[in-house]
Ligand binder design. Structure first.
Ligand SMILES: NC(=O)c1ccc[n+]([C@@H]2O[C@H](COP(=O)([O-])OP(=O)(O)OC[C@H]3O[C@@H](n4cnc5c(N)ncnc54)[C@H](O)[C@@H]3O)[C@@H](O)[C@H]2O)c1
Length: 336
């Protein structure tokens, strides 16, 4: 809602199974209507786009219903808790001819968006290495519903890093993942992870996340670094510093194609939270207007999910996983 307010978007109405929560949010943000049921929302012709912010386990059913009612939609990440449910959403939207996107807003965080521009201009040359490294203290148990999730970090957090790296480097062929806990942690699922991605050719990706940092903020980091034969981009993800207030993203880049002796450090404006949420919804609205698929379409998101579910398969069987294994459904994903 803060992002939509910044973007001047017209929020027609709101629905939650918990009516009091919906009413409180409506009052806080001046939303005109609180629907009594989801059917009532779907029956309102003023609603052209449904924006879901519900638990992943209920999303497939709601999304399929919304598609049948002819509503375009922005779904939350993760799109579904099971790969086949995510495919079901993609198929229902294609069949109904509605545009459907996923709220993987990190693609629109200032640091990642700027990196994309730099890469597109060819300033890094041939892409070789994408690294996102995070070592922070952020208690997943603060989101009470996350406490009992057996699949935690990849599914709910690194999914953003996975999607951001796919946005910049394309799709890996293989991944290899490992996850662990911190002694005495409140959550059931993994809170320390490593993900290695192998792209066609020489490009590789690495995501490392530890959410249990034991010292102060002076020693924590949330960084990204993208390297090629001709250049490097490096920066920080401001939302994970000075949490929850955050700070603006930072970025520096170097390119032999521009100057062999100089690092450029432009000032970026905005953060992953909340500014980037204007990007996901904005892209969907533009795609509807321009009658094209959104860049963050549910169909595209299936590939991000193949990496997430592949990561759990890799962890449970301690082996590299080809994304094709998940896509073809040849292997049942354990633990997901
Ligand atoms: N893109 C992001 O960065 C981002 C950030 C936060 C949360 N999320 C995602 O959003 C989802 C919700 O997370 P949250 O922290 O807001 O959870 P939450 O529990 O605070 O809110 C979920 C809301 O959904 C309502 N709800 C449950 N079932 C419903 C149904 N059938 N119909 C209507 N409403 C229903 C609940 O009453 C609750 O108000 C999660 O999947 C999470 O991954 C994404």
């Amino acid at each position: 809602m803060p992002a939509y307010r910044m973007g001047g978007l017209n929020v027609v109405g709101i629905y939650d199974v918990n009516r009091e929560k919906a009413a409180a949010l409506a009052a806080k943000f001046g939303i005109g209507k609180v629907y009594g049921s989801f059917d009532e929302l779907l029956a309102d012709p003023a609603v052209r786009v449904a924006d879901f912010a519900v638990p992943a386990k209920v999303q497939p059913q709601l999304a399929v219903q919304a598609a049948a009612a002819g509503k375009h939609m922005l779904c939350q990440k993760p799109l579904a808790e099971h790969y086949e449910d995510a495919v079901r959403i993609a198929e229902a939207c294609a069949e109904a001819g509605v545009k459907a996107a996923v709220n993987q807003q990190m693609r629109w965080s200032p640091g990642i968006r700027a990196s994309h521009t730099i890469i597109r201009r060819g300033w890094l040359g041939e892409l070789l290495q994408a690294t996102i490294a995070v070592n922070v203290k952020q208690e997943f148990a603060n989101w009470t519903w996350l406490r009992d999730m057996p699949t935690l970090e990849f599914m709910y957090h690194s999914i953003h890093y996975i999607d951001a790296i796919r946005f910049l480097f394309g799709d890996p062929e293989y991944i290899y993942a490992d996850g662990a806990r911190f002694p005495g942690q409140q959550c059931v699922g993994e809170t320390r992870t490593l993900l290695h991605m192998r792209f066609p050719g020489e490009a590789r990706g690495l995501i490392h996340d530890n959410h249990n940092h034991i010292a102060g903020e002076d020693d924590w980091y949330a960084t990204f670094r993208f390297e090629g034969t001709e250049g490097i981009v490096k920066g920080t993800n401001g939302s994970l510093y000075n949490y929850p207030t955050g700070r603006e993203d930072t970025l520096s880049y170097y390119s032999k194609r521009i100057d062999p002796d100089y690092w450029f450090t432009p000032r970026l404006h905005g953060k992953w939270f909340p500014h980037a949420f204007m990007g996901t919804m904005g892209e969907l609205l533009r795609a509807i207007e321009e009658e094209r698929e959104p860049e963050n379409s549910v169909a595209d998101n299936l590939k991000t999910l193949q990496i997430v579910f592949g990561a759990y398969l890799s962890m449970s069987e301690n082996r590299p996983v080809a994304l094709q294994e998940i896509a073809s459904g040849a292997v049942a994903v354990k633990g997901a």
